[in-house]
Design a protein around this ligand. Structure first.
Ligand SMILES: [Zn+2]
Length: 53
């Protein structure tokens, strides 16, 4: 299977992971960058993209 960077971006673009409890949060990138998205479980504001590298 060939990797498509575009498809990959679509898959991971809107998913973030809470730095504290590692819950997955689906939210638009812009909202996360603007600090408008909080973790539902622990209200932690710092999220990272789901991709590790
Ligand atoms: Zn959390």
């Amino acid at each position: 299977m060939v990797k498509f960077p575009e498809a990959e971006g679509r898959l991971f673009k809107n998913i973030f992971v809470c730095r504290r409890c590692k819950a997955k949060i689906k939210a638009p990138v812009l909202k996360v960058m603007a600090g408008k998205v909080k973790c539902r479980k622990c209200n932690y504001k710092i999220l990272r993209p789901v991709r590790k590298k």
